[in-house]
Design a protein around this ligand. Structure first.
Ligand code: NAD
Length: 365
């Protein structure tokens, strides 16, 4: 069996607990992983004086595959968001977030199986911001008045929403290629082009153009507010959604909520040759060290990593084991009490024990 070199970022808050649980079930498959430990976020700042040390980028670039726990971006410290920095520096332009309901999870809808493809590098997350009262902000406000004739209040802060044709094209293409290779029927481009005619308008026009190259896949577009309304009324009409960064961030949490919450929502950040697998949720610092939060989102991110590595059969086996543990409801964390009748609540590491037991049982069959 092959061995893989993988960068492992334990993360902050509850990150080390959920990554340890995911690491344990991945190792229980029999595949050998050489984990290259790297630090990001508050734990990196404490060790190296920066939340994004050079060693972190070196490890990710060298190994190409990373399993990442959630990190805390120190608030008010002047540091840029660690996640935005990673995605931009490594050009991890596609954020892939599959949202599906596992058997016996009680949710308002039975048949949600949506893949959210979020653009990861630009839009309002470009990081180009102008702070109220700064000389450059004043200059910008003067430029807007001189070129557009529009008066921006002098006490404004401004964040730039940047949408390029290049990044729109590659993310929409990614969504269509994903649909084609994963037997999906439809891609829906999400936008607000009726208001933001140039930024979202460019995203939409580019999406329509790319769609012409994929006549085998149905294409539609929908305005983001209408999408949210339709998602909470009849989500099964959607298949693959492709969205600019901000809408993608919000809508993927909404879709996670439709399928059992943040505790079961995995994700991947993908570039042309680098892949970082991480749950949607954050570091939930108030639960740190309590062996409490749900490791399943992180485990399912590990399943996505196995698929990326070409270990499809093992990925299926692990996903089945996780689905069985959820369906039994005897070893689940507190958050799934909402979704599972008579759930027996255990801690983070006990969920990993239960999944490993299922894997061992499946080995014997
Ligand atoms: P959060 O996702 O950490 O927590 C919000 C709430 O969701 C928690 O209080 C908890 O009730 C629930 N939750 C989250 N993960 C859970 C799990 N595994 N199991 C069960 N319940 C879970 O979001 P936040 O409080 O807004 O952010 C906390 C920190 O995480 C911030 O510093 C933020 O910047 C960071 N963050 C990091 C990432 C990442 O690294 N990918 C993503 C989002 C937020």
């Amino acid at each position: 069996m092959k061995a893989y070199n993988v960068t492992l970022i334990p993360g902050d808050g509850t990150g080390p607990e959920v990554t340890e649980a995911a690491k344990r079930i991945l190792e229980a498959t029999g595949i050998t992983f050489h984990w290259d430990l790297a630090y990001a976020g508050a734990s990196a700042r404490d060790r190296f004086g920066t939340p994004t040390p050079e060693a972190l980028f070196e490890s990710i670039r060298k190994n190409k595959v990373t399993l990442k726990g959630p990190v805390t971006t120190p608030v008010g410290s002047g540091f840029r968001s660690v996640n935005v920095t990673l995605r931009q520096e490594l050009d991890l332009y596609a954020c892939l977030r599959p949202c599906k309901i596992y058997p016996d999870v009680s949710t308002p809808f039975k048949d949600v199986d949506i893949v959210v493809v979020r653009e990861n590098t630009e839009d309002l997350y470009s990081g180009i911001e102008f702070e109220k009262g700064k000389p450059e902000t004043k200059k910008l406000i003067e430029l807007v008045l001189a070129t557009k004739g529009e008066a921006v209040r002098p006490d404004s802060s401004v964040s730039l929403k940047v949408i390029s044709e290049t990044c729109s094209r590659r993310i929409v293409k990614f969504a269509f290629d994903y649909a084609r290779t994963h037997q999906r029927q439809k891609v829906t481009a999400v936008h607000k082009a009726n208001i933001m005619k140039f930024s979202d308008g460019l995203f939409l026009a580019t999406a329509k153009e790319v769609a012409k190259d994929y006549p085998d896949i149905e294409f539609e577009d929908v305005i983001v507010d209408a999408l949210c309304m339709q998602l909470v009324r009849s989500p099964s009409q959607f298949d693959v959604l492709v969205l600019p960064n901000l809408y993608g961030d919000i809508v993927s949490d909404l879709c996670a909520g439709l399928t059992g919450g943040l505790g079961v929502a995995p994700g991947a950040n993908l570039g042309d040759d680098i892949a970082v697998f991480e749950a949607i949720h954050g570091s939930a610092p108030r639960y740190a060290g309590q062996n409490k939060v749900n490791p399943i989102a992180m485990m399912l991110s590990g399943v996505m990593m196995l698929r990326h590595l070409g270990e499809t059969k093992t990925a299926d086996r692990v996903e089945k084991a996780i689905a069985e543990v959820i369906a039994e409801g005897k070893s689940v964390t507190y958050d799934l009490k909402l979704n599972i009748a008579n759930a027996q609540v255990v801690g983070t590491s006990q969920v990993a024990d239960a999944v490993i037991k299922k894997l061992e049982e499946s080995d014997k069959q």
